[in-house]
Design a protein around this ligand. Structure first.
Ligand SMILES: *Cc1c(COP(=O)(O)O)cnc(C)c1O
Length: 404
């Protein structure tokens, strides 16, 4: 069960007003809000033990190093990774994907193929296109249905011995669809392909077990998990991380350096060149503790209630169409009303204190598929309420009245 009063009190930002109205924050798919415990961890770091890690013998450096490595262990446990050195702390999902996409350059030849899905975020399309340009490999796309569900039969036909890598998001940020990643991973492995799953949108709602999934790489961002921006993770199976070349050269990622030859540090440091987001990493660990204390089952069940309620209420509005109607979806609703431009609805509801996202949500191919310029997207978190949804639905109704 969610104790909503208690939870809302954890988030100072929820007390503020926007345009003279109480803030209603429905842009959780873009970034989540930050609970006081995470803010405290950031203040504590800079107030008490700000120092560079893995280098100094002095007390502050050791405290910071210990806290950073404790955070890595928390991430490891959260994702059920076998070893803590299989967790690379990155600047976020995009950075993590680029480590893998760049590293695969040396593994691909001209006739090889990479498969991605039709519902990817731009950060998941562009690095693969760049990889194909470098290597001459071909990019194949798993199409989707009108409901926003991947066509798994087509996927099976796309797979062959040429397939070297499959890349799919666990949950689509634009549609909320939960993709059948177990099936996708199993079929890819059957032809010897590696799989990278983008969990940026799934991890606020679902706690993945990377060992049970048998996934080769899994990535996510802390800022969608009640943590700070600029930090995230790349999970990789030990074998893959050993094979993959380093992404950036610099301090902290080396073993021995001379002008003749440099040898690299072992995992995870090989992929962590330079001074990382130390405070961010530590706060990420605290954010995961916070989410686990509430419990993912509670979060999932409560958000699903919000999703069902909001879907029903929005359907009261004439001419409203929802994009993404998969049976299994997270608390994201993308919609348009008639021919009204999503931006206009977004602007009016903001005047009424409601923050939603409008536009293509970094997923232009999805918008092209539906032949629309964009959508209004409301995305909910466990600190939102049905009362807020009521205010939001009234705000959309008012916007529609003004605009049609
Ligand atoms: C947010 C998001 C990303 C990008 O994450 P960054 O934190 O901006 O790197 C990638 N994929 C999906 C599905 C997302 O929702």
């Amino acid at each position: 069960m969610i104790d909503i009063e208690k939870i809302r009190a954890d988030f100072p930002i929820l007390k503020r007003e926007v345009n003279g109205k109480p803030l209603i924050y429905f842009d959780n798919a873009a970034t989540s809000q930050t609970p006081q415990v995470v803010i405290n961890a950031i203040v504590d770091y800079y107030s008490r033990y700000n120092a560079n890690i893995h280098r100094g013998v002095h007390t502050l450096s050791q405290e910071a190093t210990d806290a950073y490595e404790v955070a890595r262990k928390k991430v490891q446990q959260h994702f059920s990774a076998k070893n803590d050195y299989e967790i690379i702390l990155t600047a976020g999902t995009t950075h993590a994907i680029n480590i893998v996409a760049t590293g695969f350059t040396s593994f691909l030849a001209k006739d090889d193929e990479i498969i991605v899905s039709a519902m990817e975020h731009h950060s998941n399309i562009v690095p693969w296109q760049m990889l194909c340009e470098r290597t001459g490999a071909t990019l194949k796309v798993i199409p989707m249905t009108e409901q926003g569900v991947l066509k798994t039969d087509v996927y099976e036909n796309l797979l062959s011995s040429k397939t070297k890598l499959v890349f799919v998001n666990h949950v689509s940020n634009a549609l909320g669809t939960v993709n059948p990643i177990e099936f996708i991973i199993e079929k890819a492995h059957a032809v010897g392909a590696a799989v990278l799953i983008d969990g940026a949108q799934a991890t606020p709602h679902i706690k993945p077990d990377v060992q049970a999934l048998d996934v080769d790489f899994y990535v996510a961002s802390a800022h969608k998990l009640c943590g700070p921006t600029g930090v995230g993770l790349l999970y990789g199976k030990e074998d893959w991380l050993n094979k993959l070349p380093p992404y950036q050269g610099g301090g902290d990622m080396i073993d021995q350096v001379s002008f003749e030859k440099t040898t690299y540090a072992g995992l995870p440091f090989k992929f962590e060149a330079g001074t990382p987001n130390i405070c961010g990493g530590i706060a990420f660990g605290v954010a995961l503790d916070y989410l686990n204390e509430i419990g993912y089952e509670n979060i999932g069940a409560y958000e699903n209630e919000l999703l069902i309620y909001a879907t029903e209420r929005l359907k009261e509005i004439d001419g409203l169409r929802i994009y993404g109607e998969a049976d299994e979806k997270t608390a994201v609703i993308s919609f348009n009303v008639g021919n009204i431009h999503p931006y206009d609805i977004g602007t009016i509801v903001d005047k009424l204190g409601v923050a939603v996202r409008t536009g293509h949500h970094c997923a232009q191919p999805i918008m092209d598929f539906y032949k629309i310029p964009g959508t209004v997207r409301a995305s909910f978190a466990f600190y939102n309420t049905k009362e807020e949804i009521d205010v939001f639905v009234d705000a959309v109704k008012r916007a529609v009245m003004m605009l049609s």
